[in-house]
Design a protein. Structure first.
Length: 285
């Protein structure tokens, strides 16, 4: 049976201070490694903090930057997922999450679903990602990353599940009142995370920020869910490192018991979608 000890680092970031946040990452990585953690997830944009109006020209990193090389070097014997503002070769900026292991940057997920509602205006700041890129972790484990609002586009967790993953990494930056109009962010995430994990038989790591910055109060609540959608670890509202051991066989059993992925019919969905477009001309509101 292949087990994986995973952890989530719920941290309080220093706004726009990459060096201070990097130091926090390196400290938490050392702590996690000392306790036998094999995979460690940090929140969305953990190297910069989640900023409403970031100075991307100053804060963005390319994939060969010294800061990312430092994270890769620290990821010896442990896999790390951390968030940063990425600058690509054409000068575009992305809300990105990197996966690091044994001195290498294994994969980068660029946020696909950029919110432009409530207090959230990422669609005015970042370019949109264009792919879900699963990463092989070894010993049968295969993970995909979705960043925060990605999980609220129902098609994206489904497509991630169809890619053959058995672990979902979900870094977030969820603040109270960010959506507005009385939307309950903590309750919304509780429902969303349990639904996705249960429906697709996917153990899920959810990493949120904590603490108050300016007008934003990050409520924490980071957690680890098993393949049946049950919480096996949850953080409070303060900085905390939570951990759990996941078993590959448990996810396999969950997907046999509820074969949502096996019985998915992408061709049917494609035909129905094509029919809606043909009828209405455009699905956009």
């Amino acid at each position: 049976m292949s087990s994986l000890k995973v952890a989530v680092a719920q941290i309080r970031c220093a706004p726009a201070d990459v060096q201070a946040n990097l130091a926090t990452h390196l400290s938490v990585i050392a702590e996690a490694r000392d306790t036998g953690v094999e995979l460690l997830l940090f929140p969305e944009l953990s190297l910069t903090d989640y900023l409403a109006s970031p100075d991307c020209g100053t804060l963005a990193l390319d994939q060969g930057s010294q800061e990312l090389l430092s994270l890769a070097e620290a990821a010896r014997g442990i896999t790390i997922s951390a968030g940063f503002i990425e600058r690509d070769r054409d000068g575009r900026f992305y809300n990105a999450q990197g996966l690091f292991h044994d001195g290498r940057l294994l994969a980068v997920h660029r946020k696909l679903n950029l919110p432009g509602y409530g207090a959230l205006r990422e669609d005015r700041v970042y370019a949109r990602g264009s792919a879900i890129a699963p990463a092989e972790l070894g010993r049968g484990w295969r993970a995909a990353t979705l960043i925060c609002a990605d999980a609220w586009n129902p098609a994206l967790p489904w497509l991630a599940a169809l890619s053959g993953i058995n672990l979902l990494l979900l870094p977030a930056a969820s603040a109270l009142g960010a959506v507005g109009n009385g939307f309950d962010n903590p309750r919304g995430w509780e429902v969303n995370l349990a639904y996705t994990a249960l429906t697709y038989g996917l153990p899920t790591l959810f990493a949120n920020h904590c603490g108050r910055r300016a007008d934003a109060t990050f409520w924490g609540g980071s957690r680890i869910l098993d393949a049946s959608g049950r919480e096996v670890a949850r953080a409070g509202t303060m900085p905390e490192l939570i951990a759990a051991t996941l078993e590959l066989a448990d996810g396999e059993a969950a997907q046999r018991r509820l074969p949502t992925v096996r019985d998915s019919d992408p061709a049917l969905v494609g035909a129905l979608l094509a029919g809606l477009i043909a009828k209405d001309g455009n699905l956009a509101p």
